[in-house]
Design a protein around this ligand. Structure first.
Ligand code: INI
Length: 157
């Protein structure tokens, strides 16, 4: 392995501002995702002065706002948080699919890391499990990913 260069983002010391885009639909779940994301950012040394929160109606609206924030050049990373639950909607696939596609597209177009903390589950129970109960908190995971990606992008040639 001698001579091989390996690049990996650290989880400390991320510079710059972080934006969180969070949808109000299924707010009892997205509030927990937001709390998890904020807790992780704080515990990694990112204070409130470097965090912006943007609230949107539903997951379908997350993508255009993420794109706008990425294009602004102001943010080191954007964290998308939402909850799309299949049982609650016949257009699950459209809402979830478009949200994921648009977030990925914004990251690809701008080079700004976008962390995808949008739950897509079959049931409310599965969403609750991923919002701070037995399967962790995907908002916290997304914040950690954002920190790592900021540092990785900075480290890459
Ligand atoms: N938005 C969500 O974030 N989650 C859902 O589960 C959901 N359901 O069930 O329909 C949902 N719909 C609203 C959608 O995101 C848009 O806000 C709406 O279609 C207006 O554009």
């Amino acid at each position: 392995m001698a001579g091989i260069k390996t690049f990996e983002g650290t989880l400390t010391g991320a510079e710059g501002e972080f934006a969180i885009v969070v949808s109000r639909f299924n707010g009892f779940i997205t509030d927990s995702l937001l709390n998890g994301a904020l807790d992780t950012l704080h515990r990694h040394g990112i204070d409130d002065g470097r965090i912006s929160i943007v609230r949107v109606p539903g997951a379908f609206e997350i993508g255009p706002v993420v794109q706008r924030l990425c294009q602004s050049g102001r943010y080191a990373a954007v964290i998308a948080l939402g909850a799309v639950i299949r049982g609650a909607t016949p257009h699950f696939d459209y809402v979830a699919g478009e949200c994921a596609r648009a977030c990925g597209s914004a990251a690809m177009q701008t080079g700004v890391p976008v962390a995808f903390g949008v739950l897509t589950t079959d049931t409310i129970e599965q969403a609750l499990e991923r919002a701070g109960t037995k399967a962790g908190n995907k908002g916290a995971d997304a914040a950690l990913t954002a920190i790592e990606m900021v540092n990785l992008m900075r480290a890459l040639p």
